[in-house]
Write a new protein. Structure first.
Length: 173
């Protein structure tokens, strides 16, 4: 017995909704819970100027990988101290690398300018990099050693200029 028009519409809507839902969920199925001692997941993102930013490009350096957003008050609050630690230790080999999950490119660029962000940062509106790390809340920062392994995981905002942090980072450089 053939389906009625009503049944066809029902099934078409059901299939459409299921497809849409799966398309939104599948990226999050790849979420990992990266912990201390794990190899830091690689990523390849494109900066606003069109250049590629890959984690592997920083191999041989100590990397402070910070996932953040302009709409996240704790992220905004920690930005000045990230700038200061970068300025203080970059000559010794520290790289601070920011990955913003902002969707609006103009708001992101305006923030970088107004906050005078000096370290390399890239926008990842699709959240591909944070998803690979298991980051769902912001800010979250990973300290990655020269060989690409996670040394520390910082959940939430930090004051990166605290003497304990400066001493720890300096001891690794």
């Amino acid at each position: 017995m053939p389906w009625s028009k009503k049944e066809l519409v029902y099934w078409a809507l059901l299939i459409g909704l299921t497809t849409t839902l799966l398309a939104r969920i599948v990226p999050y199925l790849e979420i990992h819970d990266v912990q201390v001692g794990d190899r830091a997941p690689e990523f390849d993102l494109t900066a606003e100027d069109g250049s590629g930013i890959r984690l592997q490009d920083y191999r041989g350096k100590l990397v402070l990988l910070n996932f953040w957003a302009t709409w996240c008050p704790p992220c905004v609050d920690e930005m000045p101290s990230l700038n200061r630690i970068y300025e203080h230790l970059r000559e010794q080999g520290l790289v601070v690398l920011g990955v913003s999950v902002d969707e609006d490119a103009a708001i992101y660029r305006d923030f970088l300018h107004s906050a005078r962000v000096r370290f390399p940062t890239v926008r990842d509106p699709g959240r591909t990099a944070p998803t690979r790390y298991g980051t769902l809340k912001y800010p979250e920062t990973y300290l990655i050693d020269r060989e690409g392994y996670v040394l520390r995981k910082y959940v939430g905002a930090e004051n990166w200029t605290r003497p304990e942090i400066i001493n720890y980072l300096s001891s690794l450089l």
